[in-house]
Design a protein around this ligand. Structure first.
Ligand SMILES: Cc1cc2nc3c(=O)[nH]c(=O)nc-3n(C[C@H](O)[C@H](O)[C@H](O)COP(=O)(O)O)c2cc1C
Length: 330
């Protein structure tokens, strides 16, 4: 089943294995593509025979930069470098999606030069702490509208640079995840409180992006569906959110963790977020991707056969070994 093609919106990919975003921080100080980054992705596109690579999280605005040497998609001057990156991935025979991110309160002042922003003035509950750990500034309505516009600008750049699609990052305790999680969103206006309100910024971002890139451009969202923490977001929240995203025109739900980030305490079995992905998959008709702990093609096949997801992400194995799965043990 892993070798069956699948459609993500209007795009067909040749098989069900995807390299999820893995930040390498190999860009220049101002986020431009380097030769090192090109050869890293080129090697993986050419040798792994996977269906798609989602390139590492790229900041949509300086205020949302997560780390020094992170890849930028915040400026039109980034487009020539990003075009070379998509070319290299396409030459390897693999589709490419860009991951668009605003780090919110996880952005350190060493990267952004300013105070971090978030849904509320609440320090992240992540362990270890992300960013500087200082109390962030609560975004105003006007600033929220500007964030949606920055996502749209970045998505347009992804399209112009030849990416086959774009993924909106709403996982791993970054800005959109900070709005979604009740642990970090204590707002009392229309962007906080009920789950519908906590998803308002997502709807506005998706609409702004969709309007900019057109109806046919494949759009994914990485959903940090569940915090797996007391008082945090739940699987039921994630199922509801996924249905909202589908209604708003998202073509792929890429499932991962929330405030727990991309790992899950006490779990390292293959597909450790499968309770989340399977519940979402039962509720939506767009494809669902599951990542986390999958090391071999056989494990990927088993999860696909069990109906846990439609696509499987393999991160750290491909980070270590561009020849995966041929070079893998099974
Ligand atoms: C070094 C490193 C960098 C990562 N960077 C990103 C990223 O930029 N965006 C993202 O959504 N996830 C990122 N992740 C999470 C991975 O996409 C993936 O979900 C995680 O590694 C679990 O999958 P695996 O067990 O196959 O590695 C990163 C993970 C690692 C280890």
């Amino acid at each position: 089943m892993g070798n069956q093609p699948i459609r993500i919106g209007k795009m067909e990919i040749t098989n069900r294995i995807v390299m999820p975003p893995i930040a390498t921080y190999r860009s220049t100080a101002d986020g431009k593509v380097t030769e090192d980054l090109l050869s890293y992705y080129g090697e993986r596109a050419k040798n792994s025979h996977i269906g798609m690579i989602i390139t590492e999280h790229s900041y949509i605005a300086l205020r949302g930069k997560a780390k020094e040497h992170q890849l930028s998609i915040s400026d039109d001057r980034d487009i020539p470098g990003l075009s070379r990156l998509t070319e290299v991935i396409h030459q390897g025979g693999t589709k490419a999606m860009a991951q668009l991110n605003h780090a919110g309160s996880a952005a350190p002042s060493s990267a952004t030069g300013g105070r971090p922003v978030s849904a509320s003035g609440i320090v992240l509950p992540t362990v270890p702490m992300m960013g500087d750990g200082v109390v962030p500034e609560q975004l105003t309505r006007e600033q929220i509208a500007a964030v949606a516009a920055r996502f749209a600008d970045a998505a347009e750049r992804a399209k112009r640079a030849g990416y086959d699609g774009a993924e909106i990052h709403s996982a791993h305790a970054y800005l959109l995840n900070q709005f979604y999680s009740p642990l970090t969103n204590h707002r009392t206006d229309e962007y906080g409180g009920t789950l519908d309100n906590r998803l308002r910024i997502h709807r506005e971002v998706i609409r702004a992006v969709r309007e900019r890139v057109g109806a046919d451009y494949p759009l994914a969202i990485r959903l940090g569906g569940c915090d797996y923490m007391e008082g945090g977001s739940t699987i039921a929240d994630a199922v509801y959110a996924a249905k909202v995203f589908e209604q708003e025109g998202i073509d792929l739900i890429d499932v991962s963790g929330g405030m727990c980030r991309y790992t899950r305490a006490g779990h390292d079995e293959p597909g450790y977020f499968q309770d989340l992905s399977a519940a979402i998959r039962n509720a939506v008709s767009v494809p669902v991707m599951l990542t986390g702990g999958i090391r071999t093609l056989r494990q990927a096949e088993q999860l696909l056969d069990a109906g846990a997801a439609d696509l499987i992400g393999v991160g750290r194995e491909l980070l270590k070994n561009p020849y995966w799965p041929d070079g893998a043990k099974e």
